[in-house]
Design a protein around this ligand. Structure first.
Ligand SMILES: [Zn+2]
Length: 97
């Protein structure tokens, strides 16, 4: 089988916008300047996840997130707002069919 003529394979212009692919890649955005170590470190300084702060419950003295109902005793603000033992990830978002 002879070789095809130059431009006979894959060189025909396709109608429409260029599709994503190897043949349609022309140029990418290139940074104009090198990013300094200072700027890189400033960006990466926010990458560490914060450690959650725990307070002790004034009622039962178990660790508890601040401004939250105590998961152990259900107290908040000096009074019981959740029945004890029913605060196990239930919440108002009950799944209904
Ligand atoms: Zn408590």
């Amino acid at each position: 089988m002879p070789f095809p003529a130059p431009g006979a394979l894959g060189a025909a212009p396709r109608p429409g916008p260029p599709r994503a692919g190897f043949a349609s890649i022309r140029a990418m955005a290139v940074p104009k300047q090198k990013q300094s170590h200072s700027r890189t470190n400033k960006r990466r300084s926010q990458h560490k996840a914060p450690v959650p702060t725990y307070n002790s419950c004034p009622q039962c003295h178990s660790p508890r997130l601040p401004h939250r109902v105590c998961p152990e005793c259900g107290y908040y603000g000096g009074r019981q707002v959740v029945a004890e033992g029913s605060s196990s990830e239930e919440g108002p978002s009950q799944q209904s069919p």
